[in-house]
Design a protein around this ligand. Structure first.
Ligand SMILES: CC(C)(COP(=O)(O)OP(=O)(O)OC[C@H]1O[C@@H](n2cnc3c(N)ncnc32)[C@H](O)[C@@H]1OP(=O)(O)O)[C@@H](O)C(=O)NCCC(=O)NCCS
Length: 179
């Protein structure tokens, strides 16, 4: 469990499944993904996250707003399953319900998750990637001190060829380059 000024990054609970499915069904949240998710797809995502916690003790943490106790999405670390020029790696990622955007919450949680990756897990580097058009997510990457070299950009193998979201940007954060 990781606590920040406004957030609790914690283990998932069964009661998170419903608000998680709601945000995964929101076209605003899924704008830079190939599609919104059904309840089943959302629950399958939770199951994958739970398996990661069982196997390694970490993953995408459930993000809770401390003030209200509301589940607002996830922020955390993940091992991508696809092959690319930068894998194997640990990525940092985030997805929040739209009503909580633009308050600095993703940035606040991501800073804490990166610290956990470096200080607790002993990682040497954390990466992040997103569709090149996803400016809010890229902004979070920049705000936590990640750097972008266009030479690292790649076509996501999970996105169909010719799809407008296939091109992805890669950002990196090294343990010894933290702000
Ligand atoms: C990406 C996401 C988690 C950011 O969460 P957040 O809590 O709003 O992030 P923050 O408030 O910390 O920072 C957002 C930044 O993006 C900026 N931003 C918002 N909309 C923007 C836009 N259309 N164009 C450019 N910048 C934008 C904000 O101004 C802010 O930057 P600033 O602090 O310099 O003003 C949230 O937008 C989200 O859940 N998106 C949908 C899921 C997603 O795409 N996840 C990432 C997949 S890799």
């Amino acid at each position: 469990m990781i606590q920040t000024e406004r957030l609790l990054l914690r283990a998932w609970r069964d009661t998170d499944r419903e608000p998680f499915a709601a945000l995964n069904a929101d076209p605003r949240v899924m704008r830079y993904f190939p599609s919104v998710l059904s309840r089943q797809e959302s629950d399958d995502g939770v199951d994958r996250i739970l398996r990661a916690f069982d196997e390694r003790g970490w993953g995408f943490f459930a993000a809770e707003l401390r003030e209200t106790g509301a589940f607002i999405g996830f922020i955390g670390l993940w091992i991508p399953a696809f092959d690319a020029h930068f894998t194997p790696c640990v990525e940092i990622g985030w997805r929040l319900a739209a009503e909580y955007w633009n308050r600095g919450l993703a940035t606040e949680g991501a800073r804490a998750a990166a610290r956990y990756g470096f200080d607790t897990l002993g990682l040497r580097e954390i990466v992040a990637f997103t569709a090149e058009q996803n400016l809010p997510s890229r902004r979070v990457m920049e705000k936590i001190g990640m750097t972008h070299d266009p030479k690292d950009d790649f076509d996501h193998p999970g996105v169909a060829e010719g799809h407008w979201l296939r091109r992805h940007v890669l950002y990196r954060l090294a343990a010894n380059a933290r702000e």
